[in-house]
Design a protein around this ligand. Sequence first.
Ligand SMILES: CC(C)(COP(=O)(O)OP(=O)(O)OC[C@H]1O[C@@H](n2cnc3c(N)ncnc32)[C@H](O)[C@@H]1OP(=O)(O)O)[C@@H](O)C(=O)NCCC(=O)NCCS
Length: 219
Amino acid sequence: MRLMQRQLNLLMENKIYLYGASGHCKVVMTILLANQEKITAIIDDNPKTKELLAVPVIHSTEFVAENNQKLIVSIGNNEIRKKIVNKIKGNFHTAIHPKAIVSLFSKVKEGSMVMAGAIINVDAVVGKHCIVNTGAIIEHDCVIEDYVHLSPNATLSGNVVVKEGAHIGVGACVIQGVTIGKWAIIGAGTVIIRDVPDYAVVVGNPGRVIKSKKIIDNE
Ligand SMILES: CC(C)(COP(=O)(O)OP(=O)(O)OC[C@H]1O[C@@H](n2cnc3c(N)ncnc32)[C@H](O)[C@@H]1OP(=O)(O)O)[C@@H](O)C(=O)NCCC(=O)NCCS
């Protein structure tokens, strides 16, 4: 009983805030709820949004930084997520769904979110503020840099490198050993069989570059 009380106290000590009251935020909330972590509030500057799944939404000007706070930037768009992270600078929290399979020999860095059914296999590294979405698979020895988003059911074979900010679309698959360039976008269902240049937008099977994304300005 005393142990349970201590665990409850621990839960209450840390105040967890999410930034961005989006649909993606609701999925992050379900991870925290599944882990019995209490969400104090969600920060969002849309004056129309007052609550999300019964959690209060506060304006960024109402947010006062304290040491015992933990933050997750719950915004799906990689560029916006990076901008917010650079703006708020906090103690970032990592959310891993209890039904994700994460190898003890892998690493998931701060601010990242791993949804239900995702698999991160042995010796894979997931950078900061990444999204490993529902059912995505990161095979052995992959290196995922910061601000990457792996959409639902995207699959990376072994030894794939995904550079900063790249977005791998829903159901896309990448063969072993390939490097995906920074801020590249891989379309839904695309099959990647060779390296992808930085900023490229790639679609189809086999994947072909259809255009280059405008270079982001917040590096
Ligand atoms: C790749 C993508 C970003 C391109 O979007 P866009 O820049 O708006 O491009 P368009 O829709 O104008 O399409 C450009 C061309 O590529 C084709 N195309 C777009 N997406 C494609 C895809 N996933 N597979 C095959 N072809 C695709 C279009 O048919 C079009 O071909 P056309 O010029 O012959 O008509 C988008 O289609 C996509 O797949 N996004 C991924 C979405 C996703 O996975 N979301 C998950 C959220 S969790």
